[in-house]
Design a protein around this ligand. Sequence first.
Ligand code: ZN
Length: 59
Amino acid sequence: MGRQNVPRDQWLELGAECPHCGERVTEEMVYSWRPVPDDPKLLLLWCPDCGDRVEINHV
Ligand SMILES: [Zn+2]
């Protein structure tokens, strides 16, 4: 699964799109803000529709 590059302000305001089903995922669906200490830009969310994991590079 590819990681999306989304500016932080943009996804906080508009949400991001699940690459699997296209559902909009927002800040409420954040699973982990920084799951990997070595990779501080990585953000994980769960799609409420298909249950897929959404990876964002919030830059
Ligand atoms: Zn989905």
